[in-house]
Design a protein around this ligand. Sequence first.
Ligand code: FJE
Ligand code: FE
Length: 301
Amino acid sequence: MPEREISCIVTEPRPVVRKFLARPQHEGVGAIVRRSIGRFELKYFDPFLVLDEFSVTAPAGFPDHPHRGFETVTYMLQGAVTHEDFEGHKGTIGAGDLQWMTAGRGIVHSEMPAAQGTQKGLQLWINLSSKHKMIEPRYQEMLSKDIKEAAKDGIKVRVIAGEALGTKSPIYTRTPTMYLDFTLKPGAHLQQPIPKSWNSFVYVLEGEGMFGSLKSSPVTGHHLLLLGSGDGLEAWNKSSKPLRFVLIGGEPLGEPLVQFGPFVMNTQEEIDQTIDDFENYINGFEKARHWRSEAALSLDF
Ligand code: FJE
Ligand code: FE
């Protein structure tokens, strides 16, 4: 069979249109996050609400808190985090593991360190369309060993969502989304297609890379790059060390957005209703009445 080269050609590389350095800030209880999407200069990059590079060391963490109307995707880079929710769902994810949580109509959960030292990772919040905001909560967990990897010409990719180098992820994304973790060896050149109508960005984890054009200046860790229009990403590693970054893209929802902390809806009325539901333990928050996480009980939060 002939090689299907067509799937790895980018004819209109997306330029970098904005660049942000994500500086550390305090969130949760004693936790530190480098927030790029979700801070005031970049409140929303449709469909993405938040991108946090988090760093937590016990006893810090994210004790019992609610979500409604979106998904959280937690990808561990170092250490481990245990989550528990009010339905009795409990699990621990470690380095390289992923949890894709669809909060839908409501989740109350805790996310706490599960190992010595510092736990690091990325947490992405993806908005849900109006017709999916009130669906039943759901989890998809992928352990590191189950995340498909592909490699070619000095490029390694872990395919968390979507497709790269001919490899597809089994993760189901209600809001069409791609999430790719790339490592480029020195000298490597990447061309990755991205659907034209999608919003997309790069977050650099490690090393130094050039994105969009060889005329651009090199970008280092903790930087978010918003990509403009085009049919894909071009990236180069012109340095002498490995370059690691995530490429994330999604189809914009194009809907009105009203956010109140962890509640993300379309209208103020829906937010008022959500606060009412949460305070009165109704419409999906029934189990919040008597539930506290084991983590919160043992730490006496
Ligand atoms: C939250 C403040 C928060 N980033 N990264 C307010 F910190 C959180 C929250 C998180 C979070 C959790 C993990 Cl494991 C990693 C995170 C924010 O839990 F939900 C609200 N509302
Ligand atoms: Fe949470």
